[in-house]
Design a protein around this ligand. Structure first.
Ligand SMILES: NC(=O)c1ccc[n+]([C@@H]2O[C@H](COP(=O)([O-])OP(=O)(O)OC[C@H]3O[C@@H](n4cnc5c(N)ncnc54)[C@H](OP(=O)(O)O)[C@@H]3O)[C@@H](O)[C@H]2O)c1
Length: 249
């Protein structure tokens, strides 16, 4: 059985990946939707043509990850696509952020994403794809978003390294690096939404646009997906030398 797995599927870009992959995956039997909230995933599943499995779980909990590992072992699927969208950010100065906020960001954006990737890899074959939601925040350290931006730099670096490591198995890994996207992420990240800067508001894209570009870039075998002129300019300005070295390492 061929399956596509999407984490963070109850909202924003995860839900949008489910909708767009539903239209474009022809050799995939089921789409598995993962997030904590079951109801929005049930509603989403009703709109999809593919058979779906809804796995309501907190990907940061050891017990839930263990249960997911058992589901994989019992179903023994071939994972055609893994999209790691579950992620969160908390805006605010490092010294004033609660220990919990800092730990939650690291546990979800770094640890859970890494564990999900490692857990799914044995079920992937030649042609399988991994799409990791990094961020444009991966390109430049961000004051007042320090831990979030650092966590996304980790996702970006991990994804590109794995893309090289797994090339021999025919598995592609792509980091998606959007600027601000119009999803519930931002209202969760900012206690006071008026603190969202004018530049960020101007560069804001819709989830549909970012995901369509990511799906197309993934099909083309790209290792990074960057959408919109401001983010492309930032990407080229900051990653030029790294890209050159990346080709030869
Ligand atoms: N929106 C932006 O401006 C932006 C820009 C660049 C990158 N990104 C990245 O893109 C990804 C998707 O973000 P989004 O904008 O689509 O945000 P979103 O609408 O807030 O979606 C986040 C998703 O993560 C899930 N999630 C959160 N904590 C979880 C947990 N402990 N276990 C399982 N699932 C969990 C949420 O579902 P439940 O609450 O139901 O668990 C939700 O489905 C994130 O990694 C984010 O960092 C976002």
């Amino acid at each position: 059985m061929n399956v596509a797995i999407i984490t963070g599927a109850s909202s924003g870009m995860g839900a949008e990946f489910a909708r767009q992959l539903d239209n474009s995956l022809h050799k995939t039997d089921e789409i598995w939707l993962l997030a904590r909230r079951r109801e929005p995933m049930e509603e989403l599943a009703r709109s999809l043509r593919h058979k779906t499995q809804i796995i309501a779980m907190d990907v940061t909990l050891d017990s839930a990850v263990k249960q997911f590992a058992e589901i994989l072992a019992i179903s023994n699927p071939k994972i055609t696509v893994l999209v790691n969208c579950a992620g969160m950010g908390k805006h605010g100065s490092f010294t004033q952020q609660s220990d919990k906020a800092v730990s939650d960001m690291m546990q979800l954006n770094i640890v859970a994403l890494t564990r999900m990737t490692k857990l799914c890899l044995p079920y992937m074959r030649k042609g399988s794809k991994i799409i990791q939601l990094a961020s444009g925040a991966a390109f430049v350290p961000q004051a007042a978003f320090a831990v979030y931006a650092a966590s996304k730099a980790y996702v970006y670096s991990l994804s590109r390294a794995l893309n090289k490591e797994l090339a021999g198995r025919g598995i592609r890994v792509m980091a998606v690096c959007p600027g601000p996207v119009n999803t519930p992420f931002l209202s969760r990240a900012y206690e006071d939404e008026s603190a969202i800067g004018g530049l960020k508001k101007m560069a804001m894209l819709e989830a549909e646009t970012v995901v369509a570009k990511a799906v197309m870039d993934c099909r083309k075998g790209r290792s990074v997906s960057v959408c919109g002129l401001p983010m492309k300019a930032l990407y080229l300005a900051t990653q030029g030398v790294q890209n050159l070295l990346y080709k030869f390492t």
